[in-house]
Ligand binder design. Structure first.
Ligand SMILES: Cc1cc2nc3c(=O)[nH]c(=O)nc-3n(C[C@H](O)[C@H](O)[C@H](O)COP(=O)(O)OP(=O)(O)OC[C@H]3O[C@@H](n4cnc5c(N)ncnc54)[C@H](O)[C@@H]3O)c2cc1C
Length: 460
C-alpha cells in the first residue's frame, strides 16, 4: 500500500471490483481495500475438505453477459451459460420452467388459466417500466391490476424475486418489475467455472490494470477537509486520496466512515428513512465423492407455506427454501456435486442467542434442511459428507453490512447513494442499494456508473 492514490475503493464486492477496474483503466492510481481475506464480498466461495461452495451464484439475468463483456472482457462473457431447469414446488402449484417470458406466458395461460391478452399486457407494462416512472404504485397494486384474486399467480411471479432481492408486496412496483423483467428477457444464467474462477479472472485483470488490491485491509475512516475527501485511514494508517468510492454499506459509509457532522441536516433526515434489506441463512451440503445426485433441477424453489408470505419467508421457523444444485458440469473436469440451500432471514432472530443456543439453532437449521431435501432426494443423508450453516451473524461478520443485510438497502436508499458527492466532494457510494442496484447485474452496472462519476470528478 502506498501513501497516496487518486482514488480509494473501499470494499471488493462486485460493484467495488468493477469500479476499481474502470477507474484504473481510465488512468487513475487506485487502491482497492478489502477488510476480508478474500475478494468478492457476498459474491464469494469457500473450500471445505474437497468441496467448493458458491455463496451467491444461483442465477443472474442475461444482461450480465453484456456487462461482463463491456466492463471485464470477452473471456468473462464466454463463460455465461443458461440455468436450464427451474422448479417451483409449494402447496399452490408445481411448475418447471426456463424462467423466461415465453415459457411463463405458456404456463400462465395453460396451467393458471390467465387469458393471453392479460399476460401480454402485464409483460408490456413491465417492459415499459423505468426508474423515472411514478414510484407510488406498489407490487400489490400492480398484481391487483392484472391478476386480482389470484394469490397463486402472485406467488409464481414474486417469490423468486423475493429470494433474489428481498422484494415484498409493499415495495414500489418498479423495483420488482425492473428486476423480474430482466430475468424474463431470456431466463436465468450462471458463470461456468464457478465464483472462484470468476474472481481469479477479475484479480488478474486488476493486477494487469495496476490496481493495488489489499485484502485484510479495513478502512476505519474517510478523511474530509473543507467539504472534500482528502484520504482514508486503513488499518490505522493514513492514505491520501482525492476521491473515495465506498462499496461498504450505505449507512455504515455515512454514519461510521465519514460521520454525520459532514452532511446537511436535510440529507441526514432522508438517510434516517432508509431501511436495510433482510438478511439470509444458508446451508451448504457437500455430496460424498463418487456419489451422484439425481437431476432434481438446478434451482428448486420449495415451500410448505400455504400462500406467499414475505414475513414467513424470513422466519426462523423455515417453511421456504431455495436449493441451488451444482452438478459437475458447472466446474468441468470435476466430479463434485454440492447443494446450497438459501433462506431469507432476520438478524434480530439470531443476534440475541448465546453461544450454545446459537450452535444448536444452526444444527436445527441443517437438520430441517436435510429433511426438506429428502423429499426430492430420498435418503439424502446417506449421500452427504459435509454440512455447514451460515446465518445473518455470519453475513454481518464477513461483509460488515449492519444486520447482515443481503441486498443492501431498500428502494429509498437509492437517492442518498446517488447524491453523496453533492454533500462531500469526491465521496461516492456504489453497491447493493435500492433493490434495483442489487444482485450481480445491478452491482456491476452500478459500479460502472459510479466509476464514471468519480472519473469526472477526478478530471478524467
Ligand atoms: C445468500 C445470497 C445469495 C445471493 N444470490 C444471488 C444470486 O443468485 N444472483 C444475484 O444476482 N445476486 C445474488 N445475491 C446478491 C448479490 O450477491 C449481491 O447483491 C452482490 O454480490 C453485492 O455486491 P456489492 O457490490 O453490493 O458488495 P458486497 O458483496 O456487499 O461487498 C461489500 C464489500 O465491502 C467490504 N467492506 C465493507 N466495509 C469495509 C471497510 N470499512 N473496509 C474494507 N472493506 C469493507 C466487505 O468486506 C465486502 O467485501 C445473493 C446474496 C446473498 C446474501
Amino acid at each position: 500500500m502506498q501513501d497516496r492514490y487518486d482514488v480509494v475503493v473501499i470494499g471488493s464486492g462486485l460493484a467495488g471490483l468493477t469500479a476499481a477496474n474502470r477507474l484504473a483503466r481510465s488512468g487513475h492510481r487506485v487502491l482497492l481495500a478489502e477488510q476480508h481475506s478474500q475478494l468478492g464480498g457476498l459474491a464469494t466461495y469457500f473450500r471445505r475438505r474437497h468441496h467448493l461452495f458458491d455463496v451467491a451464484l444461483h442465477g443472474f439475468p442475461i444482461g450480465m453477459q453484456k456487462s461482463l463483456r463491456k466492463y471485464w472482457g470477452q473471456a468473462f462473457a464466454d463463460r455465461v451459460v443458461q440455468v436450464q431447469r427451474i422448479v417451483f414446488d409449494n402447496p399452490q402449484f408445481h411448475v418447471e420452467t426456463t424462467f423466461d417470458m415465453e415459457d411463463f406466458t405458456r404456463i400462465l395461460e395453460a396451467q393458471f388459466r390467465i387469458p393471453r391478452a392479460t399476460v401480454n399486457a402485464f409483460f408490456a407494462c413491465l417492459k415499459a417500466m423505468n426508474y423515472y416512472d411514478d414510484q407510488r404504485e406498489t407490487v400489490r397494486e400492480l398484481f391487483e391490476r392484472f391478476f386480482p384474486g389470484r394469490p397463486d399467480v402472485w406467488r409464481l411471479l414474486l417469490e423468486p424475486i423475493t429470494y433474489a432481492n428481498g422484494s415484498t408486496l409493499d415495495e414500489p412496483a418498479i423495483s420488482y418489475g425492473i428486476v423480474f423483467g430482466n430475468f424474463m428477457s431470456k431466463g436465468v444464467y450462471t458463470f461456468l467455472g464457478g465464483t472462484d474462477t470468476m474472481l481469479e479472472m477479475m484479480a488478474a485483470e486488476l493486477r494487469a490494470g495496476q490496481v493495488d488490491c489489499e485484502t485484510c485491509c479495513r478502512v476505519e475512516r474517510i478523511l474530509v477537509e473543507a467539504g472534500r475527501v482528502v484520504g482514508v485511514v486503513a488499518n490505522g494508517r493514513s492514505v491520501a486520496c482525492r476521491a473515495v468510492v465506498s462499496n461498504g454499506n450505505l449507512l455504515g459509509t455515512i454514519h461510521d466512515l465519514v460521520g454525520d457532522a459532514h452532511f446537511a441536516a436535510e440529507f441526514l433526515a432522508g438517510v434516517g428513512q432508509v431501511r436495510l434489506s433482510n438478511s439470509s441463512c444458508q446451508v451448504y451440503i457437500g455430496i460424498r465423492p463418487g456419489a451422484q445426485l439425481p437431476a432434481i433441477g438446478d434451482l428448486l424453489f420449495t415451500s410448505t407455506c400455504p400462500v406467499f408470505d414475505a414475513d414467513a419467508l424470513c422466519a426462523r421457523q423455515v417453511t421456504s427454501r431455495t436449493f441451488s444444485v451444482y452438478y459437475p458440469t458447472i466446474r468441468p473436469g470435476t466430479d463434485q456435486y454440492t447443494i446450497v440451500a438459501s433462506m431469507n432471514a432476520r438478524h434480530q432472530d439470531w443476534v440475541g442467542l448465546e453461544r450454545t443456543a446459537y450452535r444448536a439453532a444452526k444444527e436445527d437449521l441443517i437438520e430441517d434442511t436435510l429433511t426438506a431435501l429428502d423429499r426430492y432426494v430420498p435418503e439424502v443423508r446417506r449421500l452427504v459428507d459435509y454440512t455447514e450453516a451460515a446465518t445473518p451473524i455470519t453475513f454481518a461478520r464477513y461483509t460488515l453490512h449492519p444486520g447482515g443485510a443481503a441486498f443492501g438497502t431498500k428502494f429509498e436508499g437509492l437517492r442518498p447513494s446517488m447524491t453523496l458527492s453533492a454533500q462531500v466532494g469526491g465521496l461516492f457510494h456504489t453497491g447493493s442499494v435500492g433493490i434495483i442496484m442489487s444482485g450481480w447485474l445491478g452491482t456491476v452496472n452500478y459500479g460502472v456508473m459510479v466509476a464514471n462519476d468519480a472519473d469526472k470528478y477526478l478530471g478524467g
